[in-house]
Design a binder for this molecule. Structure first.
Ligand code: SF4
Ligand code: FES
Length: 361
């Protein structure tokens, strides 16, 4: 069945890949864009114009670390002029009071601040940035002082999932409205470091219990988003809300992607926003058309009653594990590849002596 194409809801604007942190699960590709390949301010202003015309409602400024660019306030201001809700996804380590004030004066409406652990010992080790955790605590306080809505993003894995209770307490102490507990997604750097990141099933069950207890305790005070990691799931999540349905992503070099990890899928051809209009790429770009809707689906998805709920799961994960981007997501227990995903989880969640391969240019 052909599904009608709606305008995208949100745009992830990856304005740079530069970042002072070195998280070993970074969602950026292994081959990072150099500063010299980044789009100019003028091009980003045009993109924001086009995004607004296309009907996009939200822009998420991201990276890398978006605050390394000194034109960020100009971009936020323009997003506001165009009626776009703007959110900043940041590690926080480069933000001080005057920078924060300039973002707010420009119209910033929300901040998502990442933490790598519940304390400096774990946080600084995972982020590969000494002093980073303490700096994040200070920035969270500044954000609270100016009353800007704050979401805390905690990416969890073997080395910090045991801290989940402390992470929730920290979110409460920092006055976050929302805590996103996101399990590492295993593509790009996460795939590269999978053996050193996958949690065990026991770790996961303990963490899930803690989250459920905290959700009851903090009802009305802190919203906790938490999704079981795919490697232990029985059904996949609707990755990106379905391919080419709700989101688009623009990388630092101007390529328009259906998801932040789409470049890990071999054989897709991406177009640049400097060569074609955003609208043309969204509605007719070959990468967007490749897995949009349900016509591309193989069995068992093609006849499944969940096919318009999870949209077949995650294409990047299917490609990473099976080598076939059009395969049923192996997170689904109906997939013929589900067994191999279980084996990976079992084998690779064992303690390992391997060192992290930290993200690097
Ligand atoms: Fe989703 Fe496909 Fe599994 Fe059905 S078979 S639950 S559509 S992934
Ligand atoms: Fe690319 Fe899921 S991360 S489709």
């Amino acid at each position: 069945m052909t599904v009608s194409i709606e305008p995208p809801l949100a745009m992830l604007a990856e304005i740079t890949h530069r970042c002072p942190l070195r998280c070993p699960y970074c969602s950026n590709p292994l081959e990072l864009s150099k500063r010299s390949h980044e789009l100019s301010t003028k091009v980003w202003l045009n993109i924001l114009d086009e995004a607004s015309e296309l009907g996009i409602l939200q822009v998420h400024f991201s990276g890398g670390e978006p605050t390394v660019r000194d034109d960020l306030t100009v971009l936020i201001k323009h997003a506001e002029k165009k009626g776009l809700y703007s959110n900043l996804i940041t590690s926080g380590v480069l933000i001080d009071k005057s920078k924060l004030d300039s973002f707010i004066d420009s119209g910033l409406q929300h901040i998502q601040l990442s933490i790598q652990g519940a304390d400096s010992e774990v946080g600084d080790y995972i982020g590969g940035f000494p002093g980073g955790h303490q700096k994040k605590l200070e920035v969270a306080q500044l954000i609270h002082d100016v009353d800007l809505p704050l979401t805390l993003n905690a990416v969890v894995h073997r080395h910090n999932i045991g801290q989940i209770k402390k992470i929730i307490n920290l979110a409460e102490k920092l006055h976050a409205q929302r805590l996103e507990v996101a399990n590492v997604q295993y593509y790009g750097w996460g795939f590269f470091n999978r053996k050193n990141l996958l949690p065990t099933r026991e770790q996961l069950m303990e963490a899930t219990e803690e989250v459920n207890k905290a959700r009851d305790r903090l009802k009305g005070k802190l919203v906790i988003d938490y999704v079981v990691p795919d490697y232990y799931a029985r059904r996949p999540k609707a990755c990106m809300g379905g391919w080419g349905r709700r989101f688009l992503n623009i990388n630092p070099a101007g390529y328009v992607l259906p998801c932040h990890a789409a470049e890990t899928i071999p054989g897709l051809r991406f177009e640049r926003v400097t060569d074609k209009s955003l609208s043309e790429i969204w509605y007719h770009g070959s990468a967007f058309e490749a897995f949009r809707g349900t016509d591309w689906m193989p069995a068992p998805c093609s006849t499944c009653d969940r096919k318009e709920i999870d949209w077949g799961g995650c294409r990047c994960q299917a490609a990473a594990i099976t080598g076939r981007p059009d395969a049923t997501d192996p997170a689904c227990e109906l997939s013929p590849d589900h067994g191999s995903m279980n084996s990976i989880a079992q084998n690779e969640s064992k303690p390992s002596q391997e060192q992290f391969q930290y993200r690097r240019m």
